[in-house]
Design a protein around this ligand. Sequence first.
Ligand code: CFM
Length: 479
Amino acid sequence: PPVQTPAQTQAMIDEVLSAYPPKVAKARAKHIKPNDPEGSKGCEVKSNIKSRPGVMTIRGCAYAGSKGVVWGPIKDMVHISHGPVGCGQYSWASRRNYSRGTCGVDNFVTFQFTSDFQERDIVFGGDKKLAATCKEIAELFPLAKGISIQSECPIGLIGDDIDAVARATSKELDMPVVPVKCEGFRGVSQSLGHHVANDAIRDIVLGTRETTKQTPYDVALIGDYNIGGDAWASRRILENMGLRVVAQWSGDGTLNELCSSHHVKLNLIHCYRSMNYICTTMEERFGTPWMEFNFFGPTKIVESMRKIASYFDDAIKEKTEAAIKSYQPFFDQVINEYRPRLESKRVMLLVGALRPRHTIGAYEDLGMEIIGIGCEFAHKDDYTRTSLELGEGVVLYDDPTAYELEEFARRLKPDLMGAGVKEKYVFHKMALPFRQMHSWDYSGPYHGVDGFAVFARDMDIAINSPTWNPFQAPWSNAA
Ligand code: CFM
């Protein structure tokens, strides 16, 4: 069946929200709209405001956005989860940012470092403990290139002066020690943590190192965190185009890359949401141009490659066309194999902010259709971009509650739900095929040429698995 008309979608939204007390329903209604890509006021979905107390949200916190997302993947630094042990421990290794190197020697991504606050640290302050922790790290891991201090909630609440500790320790240890005030209570989601993390890079790291060699083809790959090897897949395309990728922000990235990125000719940003801040900073400070691109699925890959090449000379443009030509048989092969199995399958998505929009094209390349889409912590600029990628009437839900997502799924009956681990088993119990679109369900990469084949296979094994044959979705026996 075709996607619902805007009126049908609105009726569905009203029905689902009618279960709430009127005040809650009114507030939530602002976050859920039928898509109107031609709307005169742009996308009207309200976003980036506080989740309602009392309803379930799947958002993370500022600490998650800084330590987990932006800083955590920088592999040759030690990132201290500063405060009580839980934040670091329970987020340990939960994001799949792959990295090369030797664990404990020049790569610290898989570790959990914490200052392990106790009651006495809360009462008397933990600055001395923090300084001692930094020194211990420098002794135990002499090849660590720097330290970041990722503040958990209590640090801001008790008013510790981590800036002073970082300055003194940085001098004493002769390496960058970066204080990041990403206390979880700040802001309304992980999104502010991205911003705070970008600001710390801007203030302490950016532009602090010169490079000896520069070429007209130097680019930085920004906002690719190498989930399941995504950044490696993206980098291969850029190198095939003849570009020299001098920095990966921050998947499989190093401190030196951040320090010296300001020399690049063009910043290429994949995750706009989490790193647009540093791109605008580099533009203001160094005049570095930047552009958004999308390496999910052949249509967007080819479109993005040509857009990137347009910033460079004919040599790059020729290499780009040659690369596209060399990818085409592979794209065709993947599409020929999987499209017949996935054609006209309908998908609902709920991911952080960037991926819901960026994966639309990849699904469409396989003949699939997006019938509902939402973000945990997107801002208006994300929804405006997302809206343009979708047809009229598709339901858009911002920071939806567990109840809302389930009820929309019951009514829209998608063939596939793509969201996170917190949602996964709910939908499995509804006998709905599901893919984790944060961790790629421990698969990947999904970016790039190689990634498209993995993406197509994974969607196929989710939807067409014989596992589902013995199940009946609850609505199919509704009668
Ligand atoms: Fe960017 Fe991300 Fe995303 Fe994000 Fe994230 Fe992630 Fe995400 Mo999970 S940086 S906004 S804070 S693309 S961890 S790699 S999958 S919610 S949609």
